[in-house]
Design a protein around this ligand. Sequence first.
Ligand code: 4JM
Length: 423
Amino acid sequence: MIDLKPVRGTRDFYPAELRLRHWLFDIWRGTARQFGFEEYDACVLESEALYVRKAGDEITGQLYNFDDKGGRRLALRPEMTPTLARLILQRQRALQFPLKWFSIPQCFRYERMTRGRKREHYQWNLDVIGQPGNVAEVETISALIASLEAMGLTAEHVRLHLNDRRLLTAVLERAGVPEEHHLPVMVVMDKRDKIGGEQLEALLGEQGLSGTQVRRIDEFLAMSSLEEVKTALGGDTPAVAELEALQELLGRVGFGDWVGFDITVVRGLSYYTGTVFELRDRSASLRAICGGGRYDSLLSAFGGDPIPAIGFGFGDVVILELLGDLGLLPQLGTDLDYVVIPFSEAQVPAALELSQKLRRKGLRVDADFALRKLKRALQRASEIGARRAVLLMPDELERGEVVVRDMAKREERRVAMEAFLEE
Ligand code: 4JM
């Protein structure tokens, strides 16, 4: 017998699970459209070259890559942003900026050590391309929080942790870290939560940082308010003013309670240049739910004109885990208007005809031809979430009548078939 399990690290979606996934996607898609974003898509296969970066991002170290039969180096995309950049650059002259685009791609990673870790997920990506400074931040973050509200979450459950790469740059300058080390150092700093302090110091040492420099950075990372950081940096730091202005605007649109400054947010992707943010649950028991930021240099790094951009990636795994823990997952049925149940073989043709007439009226109809005992058939109709059952009984059908049962009220009535179809 062949192995029936899905490929290591991938998931099967049985109908009950797919219903839940679609519930989530409908919220993501509905929110994006509510904010005026347009959907795009591309193939999951990309050239490996799209993910070659200098700073050693975690994501590019875990590429799910291979040679195809023509000898091309390909990868299953680990994230959507490089694909988005490619699409923009291909049509740079024809597109009207700013663009507001979203997508819900499946993304892959391949880790050699896998302790039951997943290798694929779906990730809502939402980006504004060609709009510099704060307004695009407010629109993307607002869409993110609106989607959380639609899931039944509140500011009591989750918090958006805000920071700015330019602020981290100012901190590294203050610690005397040479500029060429800033990016790799930030990629290491992002691992701070996941690895111990000792290992972090060792990794930073590899980047040429002294013990004093590491301690100086640690002092900054321990600061809990923007005021404190502002004082420690002294003078005017543009990133401080930008963060203050952003928080002010987010307060103005009514999302002030959801957001707060957090100097420890770095994000592991080396292309971020400004605002960075991470959504975490308040008990901080799970990994980041969503992450994003501004990447004003990615398009020029791919050889195009510089175009400012900001966006986020919001995966399906952690959020469904959190909603499950909080009891916020919906009970989803099959959303059927009717189950048509013939009593026996003799009523089957009438059931086929009636079902089709109801479907022509735009109703969702399942015809149950299993010829179970009536009690069992009704039990099943109830289980699959049908609103009503239509029973085709021998005597009633002879008289041109059907029995309509309201599943929730447990009430039955006899109606002439003609009248029923007029309803
Ligand atoms: C997964 C797939 C791709 C990335 C991260 C995680 N970049 S599976 C949870």
